[in-house]
Structure formats: C-alpha cells, structure tokens
Write a protein that binds this ligand. Structure first.
Ligand code: ADP
Ligand code: MG
Length: 360
C-alpha cells in the first residue's frame, strides 16, 4: 500500500511539473507569434532544473518542417543554490546575482547556456544550434531524427557493427579533441561533462547542457576540468577503452601547442599513446595508478598569486602541512589562457526581457 502511495505521489508531481506557468506560456506564445516555432510538443526530458520540450517550425516558404528543442528553466525551484560555485568568480557575471530573486537567477542561467552554446556552435563543435532566448526559455536546434526522436545520450548509445572496441576508442579520442577545442577556441570548461550530457548519432558526439560552463579564468575552472576528465575517463574505461592518464589529458587540453582541428588533433592523441610510458611490471603499473590518483587530488594553483605565494607555502611545509602543494611544471607556465574572443560578450542578449509584455 505504501508503494502505491509513493507511485501516486510521483505521478502527481510529474504531472504538475509539466504544467507550464503563465509567464512561460506567454513567452512561448510570443515565440510562436514571432516565428521561432510553430508548435510546442511534449517533454523530451524533465529534469531537476529544467524541462526540455520538442517543438516544430513550419517553414511556409519551403513547406519544410524543422525540429526544435525548447529548454525551459524552472523558476520556482531552489536547486539553483548549489550553482553558486559556478557563478562566483565568473567575470561575465560580475554583477553577481541576487540569491533572493529566483526569476532573475534562472534568467541568468538560461542566458549563460545561450552564450556558451553560441561560442561552441560557432567553433564548429557539434551541439544544438542556439536560436532564441527569452528570459528563462531557450530555443535551440533539435538533435534527433526527422520523426522527432532525440538522439540517445552517450550513456544509452547502442554501438554495434564491426569492431565495437575500435568505435569506442574513436569516440574517446573524438571527445578529447572536443574538450581541447572547447578550452582553446571557445575558452570554456564544460564543468558537467559526462555520458549524460553528450548525445550520440552515427559516430558523432554532440555536446549539450552547457549552462554551468566556465571560462579558464574562473577560480575553479581547472578543478572543474579535472572533474570532467575524470568522468570521461571513468566512462570510457567502463566501455573497455584503454584510456590515457588524467594528467596527460589535462596537458593535451590546456597546452596550446598543436592543432585544434581534425584530423591533426586525433593524430596528436595517437602520438600521446605512442609516447606513453608503458608500465614494465606490476609495481610500475601500481605506481602509475598512484600517480593518477595524486594528480586527481593535487592542488591546482589557478592564479599567479597562488603559484608565487612561496613564502606562505614554505611556512606551511615547515610546519609539516601543505602536503597537497605540488607545483607541477605543467601548471606554472604551460597552461595557457586562450585568446579572448572579441565582441563575444558585447552581443547582448539582454534586449530579450525589455520587450516582454508588462503582464509578465
Ligand atoms: P538538464 O539540465 O535537465 O540535464 P539537458 O540540457 O542535459 O538538461 O537536457 C536534458 C535532456 O534533454 C538531454 O539528456 C537530452 O536527452 C534532451 N535534449 C536536450 N537538448 C536537446 C536538443 N537540442 N535536441 C534533442 N534533445 C535534447
Ligand atoms: Mg543534462
């Protein structure tokens, strides 16, 4: 009986979560009137922070039907509290955010996703095309087939046919390249990268869900990058791929030497495999594993101030503290802050709320 109640609760909640509030309905109506979409369909995904709906646009001229996806951020929810760590230190949001104002925060969040998508899309990285943004509602290109079925998440991708191992390895290498390009060309660390936020179709990986992505100058960007690298490595290892060490990948992503375009980029990864120090015996394999673990836990200085505050560090070491301070050479001078993309921030999207009707 208890279980029945639970299920009923769940069903009720699911239903109520899919009901769009008045403001959201007004925004969608406005988007329909302005021709971003013609019809809004059912939910493709209902998440903690956002729902994603399918939509179509009928192109009157060509008679074509174009699929769209609409991500609606939830405004009534407090889950945004734990997003603070992504926004704090983000120079693009210098004004900070008003924690007491959910609507404003959610709008900021949608805006962040829209801007990040624009960069990623402009760099030629497979991702949804950013189409329109209004307050907490983001319209983007649909990643799926013509019938409206979304591509599976990488987690659910059915990789079959010839040489499945080879295919997984190729996807791994493809993803390392995307991460590198994202870092170096888009100046972004995804910061929530995993098999759940990558869609798969016909050998191509698509990056999605980039609202929390941060720039390299974010005080915690390298920590987020290391987390992304770990998630990706864990997943591909589970798929049987012989992965490179986290440290090697970290260098590959952040060090600017070499191409960020295929096929040169994949060739560079192959070189990393070739030059990899193969463990001669069990002891050495264990050592390499420990090294990887150390890298994962190591203190990553993110600013010059942190790198050069040697005096303080020396004091700490003297007191037997500071064991986490590992000034790996890869961090001091090889980490590059890629060039700023001019004009990127200036193309304001903020006109989007000024013309929403007063009733909103
Ligand atoms: P969340 O913040 O809820 O994780 P995501 O951006 O990851 O939001 O989207 C949730 C799900 O919606 C994805 O796993 C994917 O299945 C689907 N989805 C998101 N964007 C698109 C898109 N542009 N095209 C097709 N499906 C999408
Ligand atoms: Mg997601």
């Amino acid at each position: 009986k208890k279980d029945d109640d639970k299920d009923k609760d769940k069903a009720d909640r699911a239903t109520s979560e899919q009901v769009l509030d008045q403001r959201t309905r007004m925004i969608l109506l406005q988007m329909i009137n302005r021709g971003s979409v013609s019809e809004v369909h059912g939910a493709i995904s209902t998440g903690k922070e956002a729902n994603v709906y399918g939509a179509v646009l009928h192109d009157d001229k060509s008679g074509d039907t174009i699929q769209r996806a609409i991500k609606v951020y939830k405004t009534a929810i407090l889950v945004f509290k734990d997003r603070e760590r992504y926004i704090t230190g983000e120079h693009r949001f210098k004004g900070g955010f008003d924690k007491g104002n959910n609507r404003k925060m959610v709008k900021l969040w949608a805006e962040k996703e829209y801007r990040n998508l624009r960069r990623i899309y402009a760099a030629g990285i497979p991702c949804p095309e950013p189409i329109n943004l209004k307050l907490h509602v983001l319209v983007m290109g649909f990643l799926g087939d013509r019938k409206g079925w979304a591509y599976p998440r990488l987690r659910d991708a059915a990789i079959d046919g010839d040489d499945v191992d080879r295919q997984w390895r190729n996807l791994y290498i493809q993803l390392l390249g995307l991460m590198r390009k994202m870092y170096q060309v888009c100046r972004l660390v995804h910061a929530d990268l995993s098999e759940y936020n990558i869609l798969y179709n016909k050998g191509t990986l698509y990056i999605i869900d980039v609202s929390q992505s941060v720039e390299p100058d974010h005080p915690r960007s390298l920590e987020f990058l290391r987390m992304d690298i770990k998630n990706v490595g864990d997943f591909f290892r589970r798929m049987g791929v012989d992965t490179l060490s986290d440290r090697t990948i970290f260098n590959f992503i952040t060090t600017s030497a070499g191409s960020v375009e295929e096929p040169a980029m994949s060739a560079a990864v192959e070189l990393l495999y070739d030059s990899r120090h193969a463990a001669a015996d069990e002891d050495e394999a264990a050592e390499l594993e420990v090294d990887n673990e150390v890298f994962r836990n190591q203190y990553i200085p993110q600013t010059l101030e942190q790198v050069y505050d040697m005096e303080k560090d020396a004091q700490r070491l003297g007191k037997g503290e500071g064991g986490e301070l590992v000034y790996s050479n890869l961090l001091a001078d090889q980490v590059v802050a890629p060039k700023r993309q001019d004009g990127d921030e200036e193309q304001s999207t903020s006109d989007s709320d000024s013309d929403v009707g007063a009733e909103l």
